[in-house]
Design a binder for this molecule. Sequence first.
Ligand SMILES: Nc1ncnc2c1ncn2[C@@H]1O[C@H](COP(=O)(O)OP(=O)(O)O)[C@@H](O)[C@H]1O
Ligand SMILES: O=P(O)(O)OC[C@H](O)CO
Length: 493
Amino acid sequence: MSGYVGAIDQGTTSTRFIIFDRRGEIVALDQREHAQICPQPGWVEHDAAEIWRNAQATIEGALAKARLAPSDLSCVGLTNQRETTLLWDRRSGAPLANAIVWMDARTEALVARYSAEGGKDRLRAKTGLPLSTYFSSLKLVWLLEALPGARERAEAGEILFGTMDSWIAFNLTGLHFTDATNAARTQLMNLETLQWDEELLRLFAIPRALLPEIRSSSEIYGACRGALAGVPLAAALGDQHAALIGEACFAPGDAKNTYGTGCFLLMNVGETPRASTKGLLSTLAYKLGEAKPVYALEGSVAIAGALTQWLRDNLGIISSSRDIETLARSVPDNGDVYFVPAFSGLYAPYWRADARGLIAGLTRFSTKAHIARAALEAAAFQTFDILEAMEADSGVALAELRVDGGMSANALLMQFQADMLGAPVVRPHCIETTALGAAYAAGLATGVWKDTEEVAAMWRAGPRWRPLMPREERDRRLAKWRKAVARSFDWSE
Ligand SMILES: Nc1ncnc2c1ncn2[C@@H]1O[C@H](COP(=O)(O)OP(=O)(O)O)[C@@H](O)[C@H]1O
Ligand SMILES: O=P(O)(O)OC[C@H](O)CO
């Protein structure tokens, strides 16, 4: 059997195809960004056809760079931005509209509507999730109400719903399925049974004919067509769950933080879901084939690396994401500037849909470098808030934090993160942890790797940052951050 494993990482910012060898080393990588379509304040959409074109192009690109043919791959895994909601025509495969991206806040009025109807506690008990603009349920309600004829066509079985895993898998194989980690984020799946929940389908008036079949995160679903012709598709899972596997967080208490468009800290809590009292999500970690499901606590931050992109695309003060570090390093500190990136409201642990972004503390002294520095520091402050809640909820004090994701390339941020946490931060040798986790999940299903112990033994530490800032200074900055957060509330009406 060939030892190469492919992984499609369909992220919020870009789509990658990465080929790994049996040691988990990258053999070739190809990546394409797609457009962030923002037609109104708070709205964010993706063109699903563009995403599928990019997926195909990156598959071809990486195979060409590696000088490999599809038959050289023993299997392929798929991982994706979660919650992003799409409807498409079952026959033609054409999307009915742009996908509504997870961070899109257009369903704020629906949050209010369903909150008024009660049942919030029941929803949390069944799904582990609060009522929020974040999850697919309200995005799907919105699409079924906004698109003429969509509800009737859904009831007639003519259209299909899916998150990006289902969309890519449908195009790759012709099958309509999702995995349990992605289904967990629709707010329509029961976290205990791992099945669509009839009561929730009634609550949100979702026609069952729309829904994909729920499968495990690691099994052979079918063979791919097109650029991956004949290769078994053997894993599908949400990107944060894949990163948990890529970071080898297989034991209860193991945790990782991924800094991409947003920032997502997940802790493995074992084979029973753990309810949060501190504003975290109770969610599925992964379901590997026939093995028992493993659960997680999650702290989700909507805007982290997206702020770097915003400085690049909307303000034009940097020309590429990595330039933010040079600009931020050109000043010794944030000059008392604090940036609360509540562009989509604030997620964990606040869950304030009414919050909006603000830059606080500006004076004539402030420069774009202070704003860049404050933008980076925002990711570290938000992570501090999450970790504080996570430690309280789980009773586990993390000795160090495993980090990954595009933004973890930023050494200034990583040092500041260690300073704010008062604990070391360690980045693995392979920064493409999300894709690696999808590759591991696929290789576990096809026998490339024997078991999770073998995978865990392959994790290797890269650079480590230790806290250097005096405690009083750290506490002063955290207090300032909290003051700024409080000022971002109650803005959207
Ligand atoms: N050196 C850097 N400093 C700060 N942000 C960065 C850096 N490199 C990439 N980013 C940000 O990280 C995000 C990309 O990370 P990635 O893990 O690919 O995200 P996603 O999976 O959400 O598409 C982008 O928002 C980008 O602006
Ligand atoms: O695309 P990422 O890496 O920002 O991850 C997005 C999350 O899955 C959203 O829940």
